[in-house]
Structure formats: C-alpha cells, structure tokens
Design a protein around this ligand. Structure first.
Ligand code: HEC
Ligand code: HEC
Ligand code: HEC
Ligand code: HEC
Ligand code: HEC
Ligand code: HEC
Length: 309
C-alpha cells in the first residue's frame, strides 16, 4: 500500500516536472519560437505525402503538378508573405480548402483526410520553411460581429495582413477628404488582371463587374447618421490609427462591427454605471476628444456645431 502511495507520489512529482518542462518550452517558444522537433518531423512526413505534389518538397510552390494551375500553389517558404498570417489562417485553409479564406478552390480541403493534430503538425513544419525566419505570428483572426454578406469575399487578412498593401492604397481619400472611400473596380482589376483570374470564382466576379461597367455594391459597415459630420482627414492627419476606431482590420477575414447606440448601454449609464461608450455613438467621439486633448494637447472639438452642422 505504502509503496503504491509513494509510486503515485513519484508519478505526481514526475508529472509536475513534465508540466513544468512543458511550460518552460511553451514560454521559451513565445520568445524564440523554436517548435518541438518531433512535431516538425511528423509534419514534414505528412507534407511529403499530402502537399508536396503541388507545393514541392521545400514548399516553394514548385511540385510536380504545380504547372497545371493558373494560380500557382503558394510559396510557403516566402516568409515575407507567410509570417504575417496567423496559425489560425493556415489551419483554416488546410482544413476547409482555399475558399474558406477566399483563395482558389484548387487548394483542396483536408478535413476528411487529416486530423486536427496532423494539421497542427503540418503548420509547425510549414513555419520552419519560412525565409526570413518565422518568429511567432500575429494574434489569431478576429471575427467581428454583424459582418454583412458582401458581393465578393474580399479578405483583408490577405491584402493588408499578408501582402501588407497599405490601407490608404485602397482607401485613398482618407488623408484628404471627409470619406476614406472604397477602391474602384479598376483598382482591383489593376492587380487582378493576372492574379487569380483563371481559377478563383471570387476574382472572376471582379471582372464581371468591370465588364458591365458596374461598381461593386459593397455593404456598408461603419456609418454615422446624416446629421453628424465626421471627417477622416482631421483624424488621419492627427495620427489617430485606423485601428483605434475600426479594430484590427488586417486580422479580419470579413469586416463587421457592433456600433451605434444600444439600450443596454444606455440603461447601464442610467443606473450610474460607466461602461465604455459604444463605437460611433456621440459619447465615444466626445470621450476620445477629451482624452486626446488632455494627453496630446490636440484641439479636437467639443462644441456641438463642429459635429452637427
Ligand atoms: C492540388 C494541389 C494542392 C495540394 C495537394 C495542396 N495545396 Fe496548398 N495550395 C494550392 C494552391 C493552388 C494554393 C494557392 C491558392 C490561391 O492563392 O488562391 C494553395 C495555398 C495554400 C496555402 C495558403 C497560403 C497563402 O498563400 O495564403 C496554404 C497554407 C497551403 N496551401 C498549405 C497546404 C498544405 C499544408 C497542403 C497539404 C496538406 C496543401 N496545401 C496541399 C494547391 C495545393
Ligand atoms: C495591390 C494589388 C491588389 C489590389 C489593388 C487588389 N488585390 Fe486582391 N489580391 C492581391 C493579391 C496579391 C492576392 C493574393 C493572391 C493569391 O495568393 O492567390 C489577392 C487576393 C484576392 C482574392 C482572393 C483572396 C481573398 O481575398 O478573398 C480576392 C477575392 C481579391 N483579391 C479581391 C480583390 C478586390 C475585390 C479588390 C479591389 C477592391 C482587390 N482584390 C484589390 C492583390 C491585390
Ligand atoms: C486591396 C484593397 C484594400 C486594402 C489594402 C485595405 N482595404 Fe479596407 N476595404 C477594402 C474593400 C474592397 C472593402 C469593402 C469590403 C469589406 O467591407 O470587406 C473594405 C472595407 C473596409 C472597412 C469597412 C468599410 C465600411 O463599410 O464601413 C474598413 C473600416 C477598412 N476597409 C479599413 C481598412 C484598413 C484599416 C486597412 C489597412 C489595415 C485596409 N482597409 C486595407 C479594400 C481594401
Ligand atoms: C477617429 C475614428 C476613425 C479613424 C481614425 C478612422 N476612421 Fe474610418 N470611419 C470612422 C467613422 C466614424 C466612419 C463612418 C463615417 C460616416 O458614416 O460618414 C468611418 C468610415 C470608414 C469607411 C467607410 C467608407 C467611408 O469612406 O466612409 C472606411 C473604408 C474607413 N472608415 C476606413 C478607414 C481607414 C483606412 C482609416 C485609416 C487611414 C480610417 N478609416 C480611420 C472612424 C474612423
Ligand atoms: C480615437 C480618438 C477619436 C475618436 C474616436 C474621434 N475623434 Fe474626432 N478627433 C480626434 C483628434 C485627435 C482630432 C484632431 C485634433 C487636432 O487636429 O488637433 C479630432 C478632430 C475632429 C474634428 C475636427 C475636424 C477639423 O477639421 O478640425 C471633428 C469634426 C471630429 N473630430 C469629429 C468626430 C466625430 C463625429 C467622431 C465620432 C463619430 C470622432 N471625431 C471620433 C480624435 C478622435
Ligand atoms: C465630437 C463630435 C460630437 C460633438 C462635439 C457633439 N455631438 Fe451630438 N452626436 C454625435 C454623433 C456621432 C451622434 C450620433 C450618435 C448616434 O448614432 O445616435 C450624435 C447624436 C446627437 C443627437 C441625437 C441623439 C440621438 O440619440 O439620436 C443629438 C440631439 C446631439 N447629438 C446633440 C448634440 C449637442 C447638443 C451637442 C453639444 C452639446 C453635441 N451633440 C455635440 C457627435 C457629436
């Protein structure tokens, strides 16, 4: 009996040591991101079996059947593009196929062939291919509430996160006008004349709008009432980041936001609580104006006519 208790005690101690060691690995990983070598080796073997025909042994997008695709299988070794993508994005594409993130259906889904653990190992291996080295990616994807269904699946994670196209390349009026503006069809076509046309139906839709000479009818997300004046120009010039007001757009596969007045928030104020004001309400504008003026000596207006005229 006693022996067994000791043995159990020993096991518990051993477990504690293991957990500590695992914790140590996990915490050092957060700094330098070397991944468990066994996971990587397992991932390498899976990659050779399931992915190399298209992506090539080294992941460069040069597998035996790669030349058959109009959209080349991605170069998974290009750290400049891959390192900006969160693990969650890679897992989503491998599990559900390219269309889950708006990419071409020629990237097939593996949810019937591979387990979640196997996909995790694949991602661990793919990360080791990156040049420049992968040193821990951005935080996961953000799935904001109330994202409307858009006419084309346009993914900011790919354009702004991975390819790092500057926000104002597409929202070009933000610095000089009241509106940030949305890119014209011609601007999309400028890049997508070649990229992805042949085998991505989402990109095919761009050309359909261009051919008809019709603008893409994007559904609006952020909107203040007509009687309010909101100028982007003043805010961009005062170095307020887009993300301060819109959230981490570069991590959103689809844009959405919960904005405007809400009864629960109003009621909380009524009973003396002070929850933060909801985005795009008057309280939200005024609180930031007060805060910025105090912190940075800006001259953000608090008088009614500045915002209502
Ligand atoms: C039949 C060919 C094929 C196979 C097999 C295949 N892929 Fe792909 N993969 C593609 C193509 C084509 C793309 C590019 C899609 C696009 O850019 O629209 C792609 C894109 C990707 C991406 C997205 C990267 C980016 O550019 O954002 C990842 C990650 C990926 N593949 C991983 C894998 C892994 C891991 C496997 C094996 C489990 C695999 N692929 C198997 C063809 C394939
Ligand atoms: C500066 C160049 C550039 C511009 C401008 C651009 N794109 Fe892209 N887009 C890309 C690149 C690069 C990719 C990634 C292609 C790949 O890996 O398959 C991409 C991918 C896509 C995809 C597939 C993945 C996804 O995001 O869902 C769609 C759809 C798309 N773009 C739509 C658009 C639309 C609509 C516009 C105009 C509002 C636009 N793009 C403007 C460069 C651009
Ligand atoms: C390649 C072009 C492109 C780039 C780069 C881009 N966007 Fe967008 N953005 C779009 C398109 C197209 C839409 C409309 C579809 C949608 O809502 O996803 C949009 C929508 C938005 C919206 C919602 C607009 C509304 O309806 O209220 C915001 C906010 C936004 N983008 C901010 C950003 C920020 C911030 C960045 C940089 C981190 C950025 N965008 C980079 C093309 C782009
Ligand atoms: C101080 C907060 C704030 C900042 C900073 C800000 N926006 Fe906005 N944005 C808003 C508000 C409020 C609206 C709704 C405006 C309206 O209804 O007229 C909006 C609307 C938009 C829209 C919808 C279309 C349009 O033109 O109104 C886009 C796109 C957009 N913003 C992109 C951006 C980008 C890109 C940046 C950074 C360069 C940025 N915003 C910076 C608050 C902000
Ligand atoms: C994240 C902080 C922040 C938020 C939120 C914000 N503002 Fe501002 N606002 C500023 C700053 C900073 C300035 C610039 C002050 C300066 O130029 O010295 C400014 C300036 C302005 C100006 C003056 C423009 C000019 O030409 O001088 C107006 C009008 C304005 N904001 C309206 C709004 C409205 C309406 C909202 C809400 C829908 C809003 N702001 C939300 C920070 C913010
Ligand atoms: C910094 C910008 C800003 C300033 C300053 C400002 N407002 Fe507003 N106000 C807003 C915004 C944004 C809304 C719209 C909020 C919403 O969606 O209901 C609004 C809404 C309102 C509404 C409609 C309320 C409702 O619930 O629909 C009234 C009335 C109003 N403001 C009066 C005033 C008066 C009076 C002042 C001066 C004491 C003032 N505002 C100062 C930004 C401002």
């Amino acid at each position: 009996m006693r022996g067994r208790t000791w043995a159990a005690g020993g096991t518990a101690l051993g477990l504690a040591a293991l957990i500590l060691a695992a914790w140590h690995v996990a915490s050092s990983r957060a700094v330098a991101a070397p991944t468990d070598e066994r996971e990587v080796q397992a991932g390498r073997a899976l990659f050779a079996t399931h992915c190399a025909t298209c992506h090539g042994e080294g992941g460069r997008g040069d597998g035996a059947s790669a030349s058959g695709f109009a959209t080349r299988p991605s170069d998974l070794a290009d750290g400049r593009l891959m390192n900006g993508l969160p693990d969650e994005f890679l897992v989503s594409v491998i599990t559900h196929g390219g269309p889950a993130q708006g990419l071409a259906p020629t990237m097939p889904p593996f949810d019937r062939t591979l387990s979640a653990d196997q996909i995790r190992r694949l991602v661990a291996f793919v990360r080791t291919l990156a040049k420049p080295d992968y040193r821990g990616g951005p935080a996961g994807l953000t799935r904001p509430p109330r994202a409307p269904k858009q006419p084309i699946f346009f993914n900011h994670v790919i354009h702004a996160g991975s390819f790092q196209i500057p926000c104002q390349y597409c929202h070009a009026d933000a610095r000089r006008s009241e509106y940030a503006g949305l890119p014209s069809v011609e601007r999309c076509v400028g890049c997508h004349k070649i990229i992805g046309v042949a085998d991505n139906p989402e990109i095919g839709k761009i050309h359909e709008y261009a051919r008809r000479g019709a603008p893409i009818p994007w559904a609006r997300v952020f909107k203040v009432p007509e009687f309010t004046y909101f100028p982007h120009k003043a805010h961009v010039r005062a170095d307020v980041a887009c993300q301060d007001c819109h959230g981490p757009i570069e991590r959103m596969p689809v844009v959405g936001a919960d904005t405007g007045p809400a009864l629960t928030n109003d009621l909380a104020h009524l009973v003396g609580l002070h929850p933060p004001s909801r985005p795009l309400t008057m309280g939200w504008c005024v609180e930031c104006h007060r805060r910025e003026n105090a912190a940075r000596a800006t001259r953000a207006p608090l008088d009614c006519v500045a915002c209502h005229h």
